[in-house]
Design a protein around this ligand. Structure first.
Ligand SMILES: NC(=O)c1ccc[n+]([C@@H]2O[C@H](COP(=O)([O-])OP(=O)(O)OC[C@H]3O[C@@H](n4cnc5c(N)ncnc54)[C@H](OP(=O)(O)O)[C@@H]3O)[C@@H](O)[C@H]2O)c1
Length: 319
């Protein structure tokens, strides 16, 4: 049954790290896959999952960079995958399924933010294409491995409180009438939340549960497209360049995704949007640092409509 957006009281919070939420959890014998698992929050998640005993597969659009980032972390492996390229996703899926492995944990963490207007394939807007459609296609390709996990599987979409700024723009999803980099990011993050919600409904009969998370605010290479002066104007850094109050470390930023992927407290739950290592409440503010979830990111009809659209665009609907 779909989980209500109500805190459950987990004992963890904004300051908890990925290692904290994994304390006492032994992931030996499990396989996890973390997209973007070689940078920022994804790297912190990969490290923590590997330390807890999981074997972590890290698909990368820059495999050599990923190999360097993961050097010396036992139990990790890198494969080529570009989420902007449907053929690359298909080839990766075949390679993974070809190993005969099941997949216990999938963290869809890769993403781009506020990049200049970029068109992909048939003219898709890049945030929607990479952050949402790429992960949609990846999950479709990996369905047999997720369904084969003996203890059930979890899929976590790394969304964002950035979803506050936009629901799905049904009349102009690809920004053909004018581009706005923040609205493009926001729409893609709403899509991440809606995707997890609908996937959970389709997957629960297979033992697959899905969640979306807001990781918090963390300075990482994600902000690469934003000029430094804007970091100050946005309130991300103090005048001396330090992360602003309320910002998390990458290890804290990875905690909610890792918690959603592994916590026994979430058994029987699914489809919910989480933050600070708990299920998020409906948003009562416009302040993204406070967070919560907006109604357009949890609406079941929006989720179903997005699924249909995504299946049509990618030509994939394995569930
Ligand atoms: N940092 C924050 O404050 C924050 C807040 C809310 C939500 N989030 C979300 O958290 C997730 C992780 O962000 P982060 O801060 O850890 O950023 P990051 O350090 O930039 O990591 C993003 C990762 O995504 C990968 N990626 C981008 N495009 C890709 C593509 N086409 N194919 C495959 N991989 C691709 C990047 O690969 P390359 O290194 O090769 O480019 C990188 O490894 C994102 O989904 C982001 O929206 C972050």
């Amino acid at each position: 049954m779909l989980t209500q957006q109500l805190r459950i009281g987990t004992g963890f919070g904004a300051h908890s790290t990925a290692d904290d939420v994994l304390a006492g959890i032994d992931l030996t014998g499990t396989t996890a896959l973390v997209t973007g698992g070689y940078s920022g929050l994804g790297l912190a998640a990969t490290r923590a999952l590997a330390r807890a005993g999981a074997h972590v597969v890290v698909p990368a659009r820059r495999p050599a960079t990923a190999e360097r980032a993961l050097h010396g972390i036992p139990g990790t492996e890198v494969h080529a995958l570009d989420l902007a390229d449907p053929e690359s996703i298909g080839a990766f899926g075949e390679r993974f399924l070809g190993t005969g492995r099941s997949l216990d944990i999938l963290i869809n963490g890769a993403g781009v933010m506020a990049c200049p207007e970029t068109r992909i394939g048939p003219g898709w807007e890049a945030h929607f294409a990479v952050n949402h459609l790429g992960h949609f296609a990846l999950v479709q390709r990996l369905r047999p491995a997720l369904a084969a996990a003996s203890g059930g599987s979890r899929v976590v979409s790394v969304a964002s409180s950035g979803h506050f700024l936009s629901g799905i723009r049904w009349d102009d999803i690809h920004f053909r009438t004018g581009y706005d980099r923040w609205l493009a990011y926001a729409q893609s993050k709403t899509a991440n939340a809606l995707f997890a919600r609908h996937l959970d409904g389709l997957g629960s009969g297979l033992g697959l549960r899905a969640f979306s998370v807001h990781p918090g605010s963390i300075l990482t290479p994600l902000q690469r497209h934003i000029p430094r002066e804007e970091w100050l104007a946005q309130g991300w850094v103090t005048p001396d360049g330090k992360p602003a109050a309320g910002f998390k470390s990458p290890e804290q930023g990875a905690a909610t995704a890792v918690w959603a992927a592994t916590s026994p407290l979430l058994e029987g739950h699914g489809g919910a949007y989480c933050q600070d290592c708990d299920i998020a409440e409906p948003a009562t503010t416009e302040d993204m640092l406070v967070g919560g979830v907006k109604p357009w990111a949890t609406d079941p009809e929006e989720a179903s409509r997005l699924w249909e659209l995504s299946a049509g665009l990618t030509g994939l609907d394995a569930f």
